[in-house]
Design a protein around this ligand. Structure first.
Ligand SMILES: NC(=O)c1ccc[n+]([C@@H]2O[C@H](COP(=O)([O-])OP(=O)(O)OC[C@H]3O[C@@H](n4cnc5c(N)ncnc54)[C@H](O)[C@@H]3O)[C@@H](O)[C@H]2O)c1
Length: 335
């Protein structure tokens, strides 16, 4: 089997994790690492396996690598991905694909013209817990889905170039699109910038779907606890996916509320089921999909069009934020 060679651009927090997972795959080599900041590359320069490091990013595009991974700040994704595609490289770009819809559309079209794979780092689409959840949704066992609640909060990491919506919500939006295979029709946002001026660090997104399903996403960099949770409320069952609890990642509740005798509501309290989940690191599965797509000429799961859909929702959220509806004053009352 032919060895596939990759270049990784961006050697900060996430780039080395992708490189480690790519390198763990058979017949795959990370041949080049590039970062504008030479200090980031310092730990790699003494590498004995011939790995080339550079601060000249174009050198990656001119090299013989088959594919390029882009793990740099969001504002740089478009131009780096565009250059890589123009040089005929397959591209895995971190989430979100770009910082606006026009750029995402252009990259999707360019990848098609160039016959290159364009993939986005929607890691949670490769998470075994999310995949089990998707099977459950598609089995119909949850019944009619009323609503979804997603929480992704922790202390930091603050970004300087984007707000918390563009940083964290891509994960929840990609999970929703992947689970339900339908895009929201409306987005309404409430967000606040507490620490840095004009960079919202706490946000609530309300998504409305054509069939009446609703989804609420809470993302925050300003929270004492790490919560990565998705709760789905169906009329037959309810389920909680908790990414921070590997032993009990999914809990399926046989609980519900029904109209008993109009208008009386009755409640069901049944057993909780915790399915076993065979765990594989999601980033490894993501890298495998990238490599297999290149080898077989097939579309990866988190392909460019999926990335574009996520950017469309983010852009709608940003538009909603800019036009935050008028707030109704709370009129003081005398007690
Ligand atoms: N999929 C996930 O779960 C996940 C997790 C974390 C981060 N990310 C994504 O990965 C990307 C990088 O995030 P990070 O946390 O590693 O950031 P980081 O700040 O730790 O690292 C970014 C690196 O890119 C370098 N850089 C900046 N501009 C560059 C340019 N034009 N050319 C080359 N190098 C450049 C910086 O010097 C830095 O070393 C972001 O898009 C982020 O959204 C994804």
């Amino acid at each position: 089997m032919r060895e596939l060679r990759f270049g990784v651009i961006g050697w900060g927090y996430w780039g080395p994790k992708i490189a480690r997972n790519l390198e763990s795959l058979p017949h795959v080599t990370v041949a080049m690492v590039a970062d504008l900041d030479a200090r980031r590359l310092a730990s790699l320069t003494a590498s004995p396996n011939g790995l080339q490091t550079t601060t000249e990013i174009e050198a990656v595009f001119r090299s013989d690598v088959d594919g390029v991974v882009i793990a740099t700040p969001v504002r740089t994704h478009y131009e780096l991905a565009r250059q890589a595609l123009l040089h005929g490289k397959h591209v895995l770009v971190e989430k979100p694909l770009t910082a606006n819809v026009e750029e995402a559309e252009e990259l999707v079209a360019l990848a098609e013209t160039q016959g290159c794979i364009l993939m986005v780092g929607h890691t949670f689409e490769y998470n075994p817990g999310v995949n089990e959840l998707r099977k459950l949704v598609q089995s119909g066992d949850l019944g009619k889905i009323y609503c979804v609640e997603a929480e992704r909060v922790n202390l930091g990491l603050y970004r300087q170039d984007i707000n918390v919506i563009w940083d964290l919500a891509p994960h929840d939006i990609s999970i929703l699109l992947y689970l339900f295979g339908k895009r929201p029709e409306t987005v309404k946002v409430q967000a606040h910038a507490h620490l840095l001026p004009s960079i919202q660090d706490v946000a609530h997104l309300d998504l409305g779907f054509a069939d009446g399903m609703s989804a609420h996403i809470h993302v925050s960099w300003l929270h004492p606890c790490k919560i990565r949770r998705v709760t789905i409320i169906g009329d037959a069952r309810m389920v909680v996916y908790d990414d921070t609890n590997p032993a009990e990642m999914l809990k399926i509740y046989n609980k519900g509320a029904d109209i008993h005798v109009d208008p009386v509501v009755s409640y069901r309290f049944g057993a909780i089921t915790i399915p076993h989940i065979d765990w594989v690191e999601p980033l490894r599965l993501e890298c495998e999909d990238f490599v297999n797509s290149i080898r077989n000429g097939t579309e990866p799961r988190a392909n460019g069009r999926v990335g574009l859909e996520v950017v469309r929702v983010l852009a709608a959220a940003q538009a909603s934020l800019l036009q935050q509806e008028h707030h109704v004053s709370v009129v003081p009352i005398s007690l």
